[in-house]
Design a protein around this ligand. Structure first.
Ligand code: G6P
Length: 598
């Protein structure tokens, strides 16, 4: 969601800000803007739509004497995406200017009070209230003013602020929305995420809730919520800018699918020693119950986890969508292990679900990709997925590494006789995925035949059903084709009414003990005219041939591991459909990579 950058230094501020925003595009946005101090005046440039519009608008802007600025990509929550609602927002007398990520829940009452005090509002955003409130509270002392202002705000925020009276400085503060500070030589930065500043520095500070940072070109100073100066530890980012570039691929999504084998290797290999699973500092004893909580793709990884853990460990598992978990009364206690799954580690619903589980006394083990993210920091134990930066909004390598982490956790607690065999089979997964990626022709053909469909259904049973949910989500996200995933046996209770002549049905068929049942379900849809594509293994080919219009083959693997392999053709199918339709594959409409608002 919204992306923030801030800069203080001698480089061309406009270029640094635009570069940062470009690197934050992956988060999802519908407008963009920057503000900078020039000869003591704040100048704002912003507009609706893609960043290129802003870049064109600023193409011939002179940039001498500019040393401080802030930038923003906006994902609309309050007020439609238009030029006026875009950030930055100026205060009265153009004295303050802010960019905001998050939602101010009490903005209506704050706005009404400010209007009574003579303030005029231009936009429909909740954010504009902040800039006027800063102006209203201003007493010449920035830290006092910021503290007074944030004490009046309810909701979440990452804020970057510039002020006419302090033209060499950028101020920032956060609560529940991510923010980092980057330390350079003769220049310093603020950003929502690391890629925005990686071109300039790998030395960063992670802001905590209600901490304030002030940067100028030579200094970074931090303050706590009482206004006292504090020191913070610097973190060195271990990946470089190349990791967040396309590296010759047409889209980040395709690059990231190709990175799946390596990401899985990085996630599992260091944790398997002499065919035993060793998770850094994590000792797991079988809990009485497990709760898995996540959103989106991470939730789908959790659904696979439920099938897997219940099958292999015989522990009851509840899996919840974080936004539901937060507001229901989940029955969990100190005997429950809560597993939180999140690529970004910043998804607001997931973070609050974590806090709810903790309140109930549950131990928190999180599976997170972004080191030092809020979820990682608030968990008792963290199992990092080493997927590296995932830029495409549609998650691919994050999902397969999340599954890998779930396999590690499950197999660590597993006591069956075939434990060592399963561990060695887990190690083979990256090679199996490489085989799938090596020959994409069948899946490309399927996409070229089916990309024009109005609706595509995914069906499966057991782990194949769990996997189908992810296949269906991928397709919706980037190809904009309506899609549903259904449990094979549940089709006849409603959804089968939608199957008509030519309706595509994609069936994942990898669970040996459920093959016959699935074949019957395929016959049911075939009888209603469906066009059936089956993703399966050689061993089921004979049976499948009779009912399938098209077969996509995946390598022969133990059925417990098939989701992590069979998801790859589904990801590729969604990818090629999106390409065929000419969509913006990496930045699908209306979606955000990091969902930092409720
Ligand atoms: C957004 C992204 C999805 C992601 C979900 C959860 O919807 O577009 O790809 O699965 O958020 O994000 P998380 O970072 O918590 O895994």
């Amino acid at each position: 969601m919204c992306g923030i950058v801030g800069y203080a230094g001698n480089k061309d501020t406009i270029s640094v800000l635009l570069h940062g925003l470009e690197k934050l595009e992956y988060r999802g946005y519908d407008s963009a803007g920057i503000a900078y101090l020039e000869n003591g005046e704040i100048k704002v440039s912003k507009c609706k739509g893609r960043l290129i519009n802003l870049q064109e608008k600023l193409a011939d802007r002179h940039t001498e004497n500019i040393g401080t600025g802030i930038g923003h990509t906006r994902w609309a929550t309050h007020g439609e995406p238009n030029d006026i609602n875009s950030h930055p927002h100026l205060s009265k007398n153009n004295q303050f200017c802010i960019v905001h990520n998050g939602i101010i829940e009490n903005y209506i009452s704050l706005r009404d009070n400010l209007i009574r005090e003579g303030y005029h509002f231009e936009s429909n955003t909740d954010s504009e209230v902040i800039t006027h409130l800063l102006h209203f509270n201003y007493n010449g002392e920035m830290i006092e003013t910021i503290l007074k202002t944030i004490n009046q705000l309810e909701g979440s925020y990452a804020l970057a602020i510039i002020c006419k009276d302090h033209d060499d400085k950028v101020f920032c503060v956060r609560k529940e929305s991510p923010l980092i500070v980057g330390s350079g030589t003769g220049e310093n930065f603020i950003a929502s995420d690391i890629p925005a500043i990686l071109k300039y520095t790998r030395e960063i500070f992670i802001m905590e809730d209600n901490e304030i940072a002030i940067i100028d070109k030579d200094n970074i100073t931090f303050f706590n919520s009482f206004g006292s100066s504090i020191s913070k530890n610097e973190v060195l980012v271990t990946w470089d800018e190349k990791a967040s570039e396309k590296g010759g691929f047409e889209h980040f999504m395709l690059k990231e699918i190709h990175e799946e084998p390596e990401s899985i290797r990085k996630t599992i290999n260091p944790r398997i020693k002499n065919n035993h699973i060793v998770l850094e500092g994590i000792t797991l004893e079988k809990p009485k119950k497990i709760a898995i909580v996540a959103c989106g793709t991470a939730y789908h990884a959790g659904v696979v986890g439920k099938y897997l853990i219940e099958k292999l460990l015989r522990i009851p598992v509840e899996v919840d969508i974080a936004s539901e978990f937060r507001y229901r009364e989940p029955i969990i206690d100190e005997d429950t292990l809560t597993i939180i799954i999140s690529q970004s580690g910043e998804t607001i619903d997931t973070l609050f679900a974590l806090r709810k589980a903790r309140e109930k006394g549950s131990r928190i083990l999180s599976i997170v990709n972004v080191v030092g993210s809020s979820i990682a920091r608030e968990s008792d134990d963290v199992l990092y997925t080493w997927a590296g930066p995932e830029i495409a909004v549609a998650s691919t390598k994050a999902y397969s590494t999340q599954l890998s982490a779930i396999y590690l956790i499950t197999l660590m607690m597993y006591e069956g006789k075939d434990k060592e065999l399963l561990i060695s089979q887990l190690k083979d997964i990256p090679d199996q995925i490489s085989k799938v990626i090596k020959d994409m022709s069948a899946i490309q053909k399927a996409s070229s035949l089916l990309f024009g469909s109005k609706s595509i259904f995914f069906i499966g049973r057991g782990l194949d059903y769990a996997l189908s949910m992810e296949g269906s989500l991928k397709l919706k996200e980037i190809s904009y084709i309506h899609s549903e995933a259904y449990a094979g046996g549940e089709l006849k209770h409603g959804t089968i009414a939608l199957i008509e002549e030519g309706t595509p049905v994609i069936c994942s068929l990898t669970q040996h003990d459920l093959i016959d049942k699935m074949i019957s379900n395929i016959r049911e849809v075939k009888a209603r005219g469906a066009y059936v594509m089956v993703i399966t293994q050689e061993s089921h080919c004979e049976q499948v041939k009779e009912v399938a219009d098209m077969i996509v083959m995946i390598p022969e693997v133990n059925p417990v591991f098939s989701p992590v392999i069979a998801v790859v053709p589904m990801q590729l199918f969604a990818y090629f459909c999106s390409v065929e339709k000419g969509n913006d594959v990496d930045k699908p409409r209306n979606l955000a990579k990091s969902v930092t608002v409720e």
